[in-house]
Design a protein around this ligand. Structure first.
Ligand code: AMP
Ligand code: MG
Length: 331
């Protein structure tokens, strides 16, 4: 059964550069001659990627960084709504897309649809038209007119996306003008891809982070088994708070927050997470939700779903997810 923990109430506001702060590797104990831990960070998918790796030589660590970079690029090329020729962009232009059943698109689409159903539509991978009317896809942000909002809402609905197995891969079709947006899940999936690539290549102790979607492997230090991760305060005024528990090897954590990305209209901030049932940016008093899960894709999808559901409805959603722990921080 999933667990949840409410963290201290705080005041809203403030822009965070990163939602989650990995506590750095501890210094090696004196007397040994270990290879020093190495850290890399680089821009990708509109955010910052970070790799901390321990016990690998300089050349091997560079290779690990390249493997992670390749994994992120591959996911972006396939799944980003912002890449003109991505499968997502093609689907949104009205094409039906045929994809490998175990490839990135089908894997993410399947999990997104499962999360949509489990959350009663609070998580919805067809929110793109709503993102557009609120100004998250370019143009000047403005509160949409009731007509614009209801036109956008009329095309939203995860049941319009159908993934059908065929003898030649999975076929994804959309109907009724539905558009795909995997923004709430693709970064987590990308972290899992990078994690798998590193493990397959023999790397055993590392932390990989893509814009607040973190997964850890091995241990942070020879004398420490678990990873301590802190969550940034949504207001930026209080110190970061520790997650409900440290991460064990293989686990992931993701945070969704209204302060992470927003548009400002007439001096008021509107969250980039939209309630698909109303078409309105989420405004439920939460500052952020962090979820610890067995994979980064699950953590990513669940943190967005719980941010929309809120504490009360979120409890039932979480109860059905073994291995997940959530921390809610109020605004
Ligand atoms: P995250 O930062 O993982 O919580 O994802 C937020 C992003 O997911 C937004 O920038 C949108 O692209 C997309 N999104 C917004 N609202 C929803 C929602 N209710 N369900 C699924 N995706 C959403
Ligand atoms: Mg998410």
């Amino acid at each position: 059964m999933g667990n949840m923990l409410g963290l201290a109430a705080v005041v809203a506001g403030g822009i965070a550069l990163a939602l989650l702060l990995p506590i750095p590797f501890s210094r090696p104990s004196p007397g040994k001659v270990p290879v020093s831990p190495q850290s890399f960070s680089w821009p990708v998918m509109g955010t910052v990627a970070e790799l901390n790796i321990r016990g690998a030589g300089e050349k091997a660590a560079e290779e690990a960084r390249a493997l992670a970079g390749d994994a992120f690029r591959l996911v972006e090329t396939n799944l980003s709504v912002f890449v003109a020729d991505s499968l997502v962009a093609r689907l949104n232009r009205g094409e039906n897309v045929r994809v490998a059943a175990d490839g990135p698109f089908a894997t993410v689409a399947r999990f997104a649809l499962e999360t949509a159903e489990a959350s009663g539509g609070a998580f919805d991978p067809t929110v793109n038209p709503l993102m557009r009317v609120w100004g998250f896809r370019g143009g000047i942000p403005a509160v949409p007119s009731p007509a614009a909002l209801s036109n956008a809402l009329a095309t939203v609905g995860w049941r319009r996306l159908i993934l059908s197995p065929t003898s030649n891969g999975d076929l994804l079709t959309s109907s009724g003008g539905a558009e795909v947006d995997f923004g709430a899940i693709a970064k987590g999936y990308a972290v899992d891809c990078a994690y798998d690539a590193l493990v397959a290549n023999g790397f055993t102790n590392f932390l990989i982070n893509l814009g607040g979607n973190i997964r850890v492997c091995g241990s942070p230090a020879p004398d420490r088994a678990d990873w301590n991760i802190a969550v940034r305060d949504p207001s930026g005024r209080k110190p970061p708070s520790p997650l409900p528990r440290p991460l064990r090897s293989g686990e992931a954590v993701a945070t969704s927050g209204s302060y992470e990305r927003f548009v400002e209209i007439d001096g008021r901030r509107y969250s980039h997470i939209i309630d698909p049932r109303t078409g309105l940016p989420v405004d439920n008093g939460l500052g952020s939700v962090s979820v610890i899960a067995p994979t980064a894709m699950e953590a990513d999808a669940c943190s967005t779903a719980l941010f929309v559901l809120g504490l009360k409805a979120g409890a039932a959603f979480l109860a059905a997810r073994p291995g997940c722990t959530a921390a809610f921080i109020e605004q």
